[in-house]
Design a protein around this ligand. Structure first.
Ligand code: GTP
Ligand code: SPV
Ligand code: MN
Length: 594
């Protein structure tokens, strides 16, 4: 029943014991008119058949089987290479509930608009029904969804990124509820493209893009926009955060969750290999997740986190044996590369790959010509199972999740913001998250390098009004709560010559070490109006080559610069009107007056 093509069940035939699911699939098929319906079971045979079909029609190109076994290149449409924030909508009945942080449309109007695009759009195509589970199949923190799509590339990616197929369907049938995600690549026309969310209906409708966060609906659409909305009413948090375990030489592991905006270093930090000296001393980083974190208070009052994903959809450019050896090791086989270049012998290639191979073909499939731009698109990606990562932790499969000791916020800030500081308490920590700013990257279409507010790295992903979101964060501060300490980092401070002042990558461990020493109470720090900074000597800089003056810039506090920053923050919070929690505005004013 699950074979591809001619022996598919006829449109409308039942694929599940859950009537609500069958009915939805029937309704969707009646709208989109596919030639065939395929219920995905997630099996190897199913994947092999899909891959064969995609190789035959050019959707996937097999890479060098000797150097990169079981790996493929996908070239997306050149106008479809990143998330499209201006076409991404949150459709709540009241505009105010979506907030100034989201593009909004009334639900009835939104459904009408996008259903007109879906009308008949799968004629001549197969419709795939993908049951998936976000998080370990047996975890009470996990949530399920079903994505219906006409893209076999989406099926292959969802199989890597989520727990997809028969076990997920069984859980959905047991629970009786699921997030509905309808997706079609449509005509891949940017003029006919929308990514719409209906949080009250637990529904996503995405049309006209086959790329990443626009199309793999379990990821940003479900696990952040819909989940953040659900999390608010159910008392948990759905965040754009990596999760790592930091094991010290005594064998104790602290778990840290960190929110950095898109293409600002989550994957790299999650897979960090400690610098020389630390490694030998017994420090080790364990990877739990690299992009999304769901957290909820446990019986002991601590926050417990799971990674709802099962794979990594990582930025390729800049990934090298030097910058991220664990990522490079993960993607030696069984990987889908999207929009990278290729070498003469058909190996994947990107800028910053760090060896002397050369590209001959660019991401568009044209002969590589440096004058025409990079060989790999700046937002080119790899999709690979988390289990392939040498630092992947068994704890990532733990149904209970891991207890979080520290939450870290950070962004790309060329000036002002020091390497690290610590919030005084939870309320201050929420303000630090709300105040996040970062320079834009290639992960979304639009200008790159422009400073914008990106509170908690959730600007593109929060499924409701930021004012309510901050209030929800504040609400975790309750009697009995054992909340994590909150920090802010900036790996991207630049000197007058425009070069990064901090070497970053493995050396970021030095900063993580200071954080857990603050958690354990063995580092003093120094109080400033913005929070606690490391005292001189508390961050081990032995063997770190810093430019003259860099240390002071990285670890110093610029009172005048921060005064202006806090004024701008006050204006930003005021944009949300009276809905912005008073506690947050009071905290901003208290610091601004110091
Ligand atoms: P998304 O998958 O889009 O959410 O991105 P991400 O936050 O996981 O970012 P990722 O780790 O893929 O890094 C993005 C870019 O930042 C890459 O080009 C990295 O090489 C670069 N980068 C990561 N960490 C550091 C760092 O510590 N210092 C510097 N200078 N660059 C870094
Ligand atoms: C991001 O942009 O934050 C990503 C890639 O992780 S995407 O899946 O496209 O959202
Ligand atoms: Mn991301």
């Amino acid at each position: 029943m699950n074979a591809i093509s001619k022996d598919l069940p006829a449109p409308g035939s039942a694929g599940s014991t859950l009537q609500a699911l069958n009915q939805w699939v029937v309704d969707v098929a009646a709208l989109t008119r596919p030639d065939a319906i395929h219920w995905c079971d997630g099996s190897d045979a199913e994947n092999a058949a899909l891959v064969a079909k995609m190789e035959a029609d050019g959707t996937l190109v097999r890479l060098n089987e000797q150097t990169h076994p079981q790996s493929w290149l996908h070239r997306s449409h050149p106008d479809d290479v990143a998330r499209v924030e201006h076409l991404t909508l949150v459709c709540t009945p009241e505009r105010e509930d979506a907030g100034p942080n989201n593009h909004w449309m009334a639900p009835a109007q939104a459904h009408a608009k996008i259903d007109a695009l879906f009308d008949g759009c799968m004629r001549g195509r197969t419709m795939y029904v993908i049951p998936y589970c976000m998080g370990p199949i047996d975890s009470p923190l996990s949530r399920c969804g079903v994505e219906v799509t006409d893209s076999p590339y989406v099926v292959a990616n969802m199989r890597i990124m989520t727990r997809m197929g028969a076990p997920a369907l069984a859980r959905i049938e047991r629970e009786g509820s699921f997030v509905k995600g309808l997706h079609s690549i449509g005509e891949l026309d940017p003029e006919r493209r929308f990514i719409m969310h209906f949080p009250e209906e637990l529904t996503i409708k995405s049309y006209g893009s086959g790329y990443g966060g626009n199309a793999l609906l379990g990821k940003k659409c479900h696990a952040l926009r819909i989940a953040s909305h659900q999390a608010r009413s159910e008392g948990w948090l759905a965040e754009h955060m990596l999760i790592l375990g930091l094991e010290d030489p005594q064998g104790k592991t602290h778990y840290i969750a960190a929110a950095f905006p898109s293409a600002c270093g989550k994957t790299n930090l999650a897979m960090l290999i400690p610098p020389e000296g630390y490694r030998e001393a017994g420090w080790k980083i364990w990877t739990i997740g690299d992009d999304i974190c769901w957290m909820r208070p446990g019986a002991d009052g601590r926050l417990y986190a799971i990674n709802p994903e099962a794979g990594f959809f990582g930025v390729a450019p800049g990934t090298s044996r030097k910058s991220n050896p664990n990522a490079l090791a993960s993607i030696q086989s069984h990987t889908i590369f999207t929009n990278v270049g290729v070498t003469a012998d058909n190996q994947p290639w990107w800028e910053g790959i760090g060896d002397d191979r050369q590209p001959v073909t660019d991401w568009r499939g044209e002969p590589y010509d440096a004058a025409k731009g990079p060989a790999a698109h700046p937002n080119s990606r790899f999709t690979v199972s988390a289990k392939r990562c040498p630092s992947y932790s068994d704890k990532a499969e733990d149904a209970q999740g891991v207890p979080i000791s520290a939450i870290v916020f950070g962004g790309r800030r060329a000036s002002l913001v020091p390497l690290v500081f610590e919030a005084r308490d939870w309320t201050h920590g929420v303000l630090v998250g709300a105040a996040m700013g970062s320079e834009t990257t290639a992960a979304a279409t639009g200008a790159v390098g422009v400073m914008r507010r990106d509170p908690m790295a959730m600007k593109p992903f929060c499924g409701y009004n930021f004012a309510d979101y901050f209030a929800h964060w504040l609400s975790f501060d309750q009697p009995g709560a054992q909340l994590p300490k909150v920090f802010h980092v900036n790996w991207f401070r630049k000197g007058d010559d425009g070069k990064f002042l901090w070497p970053g990558f493995g050396d970021n461990l030095r900063v993580l070490e200071w954080m857990i020493r603050r958690v354990d109470g063995s580092a003093e720090g120094v109080e400033t109006p913005i929070g606690v900074l490391p005292q001189a000597g508390e961050i081990d800089l032995e063997g770190v080559a810093l430019a003259p003056g860099a240390r002071d810039m990285l670890l110093g506090f610029d009172r005048e610069g921060w005064r202006a920053e806090f004024e701008a923050l006050g204006a930003y919070l005021a944009e949300y009107g009276p809905r912005m929690p008073e506690a947050l505005r009071a905290e901003q004013q208290r610091i601004a007056e110091q």
